[in-house]
Design a protein around this ligand. Structure first.
Ligand SMILES: NC(=O)c1ccc[n+]([C@@H]2O[C@H](COP(=O)([O-])OP(=O)(O)OC[C@H]3O[C@@H](n4cnc5c(N)ncnc54)[C@H](OP(=O)(O)O)[C@@H]3O)[C@@H](O)[C@H]2O)c1
Length: 300
């Protein structure tokens, strides 16, 4: 197996668009080799024009395509150092209007897709004592009624990654979560496109008029994505997770200070809810003592 010290081979899912595409550009600029997962032929063709890039047809819900992707990586004989589980989709609407089909489709990409990719690449990653980077979101901590299903999937990814961190410890591998706020990408446009093609049973408990209104709200809401910052801070965090000697388990990447504040505040709210009025509740002094101990542990 040709493993050259100056570059590392990395597989990115959903590498044709948004955060995945910017991550690909950042990595190849630095001389690394990228297996760029994409679903559409035109994207594969375009990605193959980039240096240090081999585009692979890869839908993370398709077992056969995943098998073929791993075959290609073996054939290339470069090994695999990193997996960036980036592919993801969003859905909007009150949770009570999400049909089972919608939930299963969303989890199939955002959660089960990550597990499929992790299972398939694990033998290669053990060999290289490599890295897995899972792209979560501030929605892995925050839950909005409007983005409830998406929040559910990212919360699941948080638990998944925490479990994975423990599972890979003995293999000298590292797993990190990236938790971006709002950054420029096609996630909104892609969702609107899917909404246009929605089957009748995709949303339930919803009148045609409410459906139309939701569609309008989504169009307005997601048009803001063009005004968000480009995701360079996100790609920097992904780089650190891939290459730092001591990668962090979580990288919170706010687009602005307000997003960071909302996440930290939410963690405190949950802590206070869990600690509220039971026989083992901690008082203020014990909470501060616990926080001080954890800060010391974290800085050592
Ligand atoms: N942008 C943000 O503000 C933000 C914030 C927090 C978290 N995130 C997360 O960042 C990740 C990337 O999203 P993005 O914002 O960059 O959105 P994006 O521009 O829509 O990119 C999503 C990528 O995922 C791919 N994808 C969708 N379904 C797939 C499937 N079944 N198999 C393989 N690939 C699939 C898309 O491919 P196609 O082009 O073929 O559809 C596209 O390449 C997602 O996990 C998202 O949840 C984004």
């Amino acid at each position: 197996m040709k493993v050259e010290a100056q570059y590392k081979p990395i597989l990115i899912t959903g590498a044709n668009s948004g955060i995945g595409r910017k991550t690909l550009e950042m990595l190849v600029d630095k001389g690394h080799f990228v297996y760029a997962g994409a679903r559409k032929e035109k994207d594969i063709e375009e990605l193959n024009k980039l240096p240090n890039t081999l585009a692979i047809k890869l839908d993370v819900t398709n077992d056969e395509q995943i098998k073929q992707a791993i075959k290609t990586i073996h054939k290339e004989d470069r090994g695999l150092y990193g997996l960036v589980n980036n592919a993801g989709i969003a859905e909007v609407g009150p949770i009570i209007t999400s049909s089972m089909n919608m939930i299963l489709d969303l989890f199939n990409v955002n959660v089960f897709g990550v597990h499929r990719m992790t299972l398939a690449t694990f033998p290669l990653l053990i060999k290289s004592q490599g890295r897995i980077v899972n792209i979560s979101s501030i929605s892995g901590v925050l839950t909005s009624g409007y983005l409830g299903l998406y929040s559910m999937s990212k919360h699941a990814l948080e638990a998944y990654s925490d479990a994975l961190i423990q599972a890979v410890e003995s293999f000298d591998m590292h797993v990190s979560l990236i938790e971006p706020g709002n950054f420029q990408s096609n996630i909104g446009k892609n969702m609107i496109e899917r909404m246009r093609k929605e089957e009748e049973d995709y949303r339930v408990n919803m009148t045609a008029a409410r459906r139309k209104q939701l569609f309008k709200e989504a169009e307005i809401g997601f048009s803001a994505y063009d005004r968000y910052p480009e995701p360079f801070k996100v790609t920097e965090a992904i780089f650190d997770a891939l290459f730092s000697k001591k990668p962090k388990p979580r990288y919170l990447v706010g687009g602005n200070e307000e997003e960071v504040k909302r996440v930290i505040k939410r963690m405190f709210v949950e802590l206070l809810q869990l600690n509220s009025k039971h026989e083992f509740s901690f008082n203020r002094e014990r909470l501060i003592e616990l926080m001080d101990d954890l800060l010391t542990e974290n800085n050592s």
